[in-house]
Design a protein around this ligand. Structure first.
Ligand code: PAF
Length: 285
């Protein structure tokens, strides 16, 4: 028997009706929200979703409200055909591919604005970013009626903010974080890696190397954040194409800056390699 091809839904109402019908049959639904141009990182989130639900929905939507006017919304890479093939192989049941008008119809006027957690790390150089993320993620939760949703740990701040939103707004969605997937040499997989030239691709390894160095020093017993960051900044400054947006060591729960690492901490960084802004992080425990 020929395998049924993957179901693609473009309309929000159809997505909602489909989910409602599945729930009537007692299905547990998992959502993997994405902006497309999928790589193994996304597919690993799909595998987690499959292990935690009966049905998996992947959404593909490049969300304009999480980009500032000077960011890469227009250039963001797109490959819907390739994405659908990958999702079909990965065993996704439905791909939700709404257009902008479906998600933000004329007259749309309600946003979710995260506070403290969104005003640090990436939120400093991307002040409206997490408002866009929370708003779209909440809409996706409602439209897909997901019981569980999976997000990558590479976007640690995003994951933390979404967990907080779910808690604060009493949303009935279980949030699962998926470990960062890396290239063989250690660079965290990202759709934005495609922007890098061959030389920049090599330079981009500085993020992974710096995290390794910080972790190694931490493991020798160093707990003073300034000492660890000083070493990291020095290391990054050896790469001419690299410009630090931020590098911080924060408490893993509430993203508050630490002076001394006396609880579970995260070292998080955003570094421009040429014009491409890359992020990465490491838990220090
Ligand atoms: O992490 C992403 O790709 C996006 O921020 C998300 C969660 C799909 C919302 O647009």
């Amino acid at each position: 028997m020929q395998k049924k091809s993957i179901k693609v839904i473009q309309k929000a109402q159809e997505m909602h009706d489909w989910a409602k019908a599945q729930i009537k049959q007692r299905a547990r639904i998992a959502l993997v929200p994405t902006m497309g141009y999928l790589h193994e990182g996304h597919l690993s989130l799909v595998a987690i979703a499959r292990a935690n639900a009966d049905l998996v929905i992947a959404s593909i939507f490049i969300n304009p409200t999480q980009f500032s006017p000077n960011e890469d919304f227009a250039q963001y890479p797109r490959d819907l055909k390739g994405d659908l093939q990958k999702l079909e192989v990965a065993g996704v049941d439905v791909v939700f591919t709404p257009n902008e008008g479906e998600m933000y119809p004329p007259g749309f006027a309600t946003y979710i604005v995260p506070t403290d957690l969104a005003n640090v790390l990436c939120g400093i150089s991307r002040p409206h970013h997490f408002r866009g993320v929370c708003t779209i993620v909440h809409l996706l939760f409602r439209m897909t009626k997901a019981h569980v949703a999976v997000f990558g740990e590479k976007d640690y701040q995003q994951l933390t903010i979404i967990r907080r939103m779910v808690c604060d707004l009493w949303l009935d969605v279980e949030i699962i974080g998926g470990p960062t997937v890396r290239e063989v040499d250690g660079l965290a997989k990202s759709s934005r890696n495609t922007y890098l030239s061959a030389d920049e691709r090599l330079d981009a390894l500085i993020l992974f190397k710096t995290l390794n160095q910080i972790e190694a020093t931490f493991k020798t017993g160093e707990r003073r954040v300034e000492k660890l960051l000083e070493q990291a900044r020095k290391n990054i400054s050896t790469v001419a194409s690299a410009r630090i947006d931020y590098i911080e060591i924060v408490s893993a729960d509430d993203l508050v800056k630490l002076n001394i690492i006396d609880r579970k901490a995260i070292c998080a960084m955003a570094v421009f390699i040429g014009k491409t802004r890359l992020i990465d992080n490491r838990a220090l425990v």
